[in-house]
Design a protein around this ligand. Structure first.
Ligand SMILES: [Zn+2]
Length: 480
């Protein structure tokens, strides 16, 4: 038997079976055909001795779905990029566009509650476009409570998209915080009927806004219990911040009672949003324990006082700003992030944002002034450098599990990914455990990670010997 490609002598880690041993991996036709302790023959046989062969990383939460974003994420060990939190509507159009352009990594989308709601309540044509969604996200019309008829229309739109292969329903309820909790339950009930998850950006917690119609964490767990839906709690780190103990305690309790609630987190203390966002008004910052000094424009330092922040909000409300919700340098604050990442069965997910100042997403290398949040380029590298090597919060196999198998278990359509076993998709990340690291920072925001030596998608190299292969486009759609 001769395989198309053999990755030879690597330390193979398979989170599902617990395999952690030196093996040859034989790949033919984009599928893993053999994982063997005797040498395999291949048309190409690449020695990966001393390196770890892991299932390719699956990012459940990436808004960076274009070519430039895929390439940066490939260099960070990712093989499947999913836009599940915001989603896309109509979902068939998002798949069609990615298919026409080609993608290096596998891709998939949920349908978008926010886009459907904007269409029904604000007359927006969503066009399966994140740009359209972001351009309208601050408009009051779509954020209002809807009536029963509006809810019925929104649910019907989402139902059609689920039939078209959407990987569940993304619910940005935190951006329409006055939406009726009954509508949220109706959407969760639809997901339960369809057998697909929902992915929520939670509403405010009561500690953050005592006037919220319902506590953001309570709403998610209640929907799981009442409808039976699988509720995935997006970036539990950044919406829970200092209240992560209460939120995770709640999730733990309802899980013990049989509800299906999963979580994800990213290893950064800063979020990113337009500097004009409502919650960044100087008079509201105290609710999150923030000050003007917690906020800085992408292109400059942090604000000194209320007056500077006010001026920027008036001058350039749409400009991207880092919001340092937690200070990464302060161990007590970093502990909140660690808790979210170390929580049982929490997935690592990036919340990667679209690159700015990249007029041609197909151009590689990126323009010198391209920018993003460092989590776009560095999340996975940072997990291995910081949480595995420096802080020993996670073991190497456990970190790999949270980047691959755990997310694969969230989305039913990923049942052949996140595993290094015969019969599984040949999406593999080959990393050097001694050197793998992020290089992106708040100053150098798109510096690619290092130490992800080879990245294989459907049996083909996207990254080889640490270098991106710009011509390689083996990504395939992942559909329900
Ligand atoms: Zn979000």
């Amino acid at each position: 038997m001769t395989y198309d490609l053999v990755l030879a002598n690597g330390r193979v880690i398979d989170p599902e079976t617990g395999l952690d041993a030196v093996r040859d991996v034989g790949i033919t036709g984009g599928v893993i055909r053999a994982v063997s302790d005797v040498p395999l023959e291949g048309t190409e046989r690449l020695d990966v001795g001393g390196l770890v062969v892991a299932p390719g990383f699956i990012d459940l939460h990436s808004h960076s779905a274009d070519l430039a974003g895929h390439r940066l994420q490939a260099l960070d060990g990712v093989t499947t990029v999913l836009e599940l939190e915001a989603g896309a509507y109509p979902v068939a159009r998002a798949y069609r566009q990615a298919e026409l352009e080609g993608r290096p990594l596998n891709y998939g989308f949920s349908t978008s509650w926010a886009a459907a709601r904007m269409s029904v309540l604000a007359g927006v044509d969503p066009a399966a476009s994140l740009e359209v969604l972001l351009a309208n996200i601050g408009r009051a019309e779509w954020q209002q409570p809807g009536n029963a008829e509006a809810t019925a229309r929104i649910v019907a739109m989402l139902e059609k998209d689920l039939a078209d292969g959407a990987l569940g329903i993304g619910i940005l309820v935190g951006y329409a915080p006055l939406a009726d909790p009954a509508e949220y339950l109706a959407v969760a009930a639809l997901a339960a009927r369809a057998g697909q998850p929902t992915y929520t950006h939670a509403r405010e917690l009561v500690e953050q806004d005592p006037n919220t119609p319902i506590d953001g964490a309570e709403e998610i767990v209640r929907a799981a219990a009442e409808t039976g839906a699988h509720m995935h709690y997006c970036h539990v780190n950044s919406t829970s911040v200092r209240h992560v103990d209460r939120v995770l305690g709640l999730v733990e309790r309802v899980r013990a009672e049989g509800s299906k609630v999963t979580t994800e987190a990213y290893p950064y203390g800063a979020g990113m949003t337009g500097v004009g966002a409502a919650f960044l008004a100087p008079e509201l910052l105290h609710r999150r324990g923030l000050s003007p000094h917690s906020i800085g424009l992408l292109s400059g330092g942090r604000f000194a006082d209320d007056a500077e922040l006010r001026a920027a909000r008036e001058r350039e409300p749409g400009s991207a700003a880092f919001v340092h919700l937690l200070d990464e340098e302060d161990p007590a604050q970093f502990a909140f992030i660690q808790k979210a990442l170390a929580f049982e069965d929490a997935a690592v997910a990036t919340d990667a944002v679209p690159l700015i100042r990249t007029p041609d997403p197909a151009a590689w290398p990126l323009p010198a002034d391209a920018a993003s949040h460092p989590r776009t380029a560095g999340t996975y590298g940072r997990v291995f450098r910081q949480l595995v090597r420096e802080q020993a919060l996670l073991s190497l196999p456990e970190a790999i599990r949270r980047c691959s198998y755990v997310p694969a278990r969230v989305v039913p359509a990923l049942h052949r990914k996140g595993r290094v076993q015969a019969g599984m998709d040949a999406d593999l990340t080959v990393l050097d455990p001694e050197t793998v690291a992020d290089r992106a920072s708040y100053a150098a925001t798109v510096a690619p990670s290092e130490g992800f030596v080879h990245v294989v998608v459907n049996g083909r190299f996207v990254v080889r010997n640490g270098a991106l292969l710009p011509e390689s486009m083996p990504g395939r759609p992942v559909r329900a």
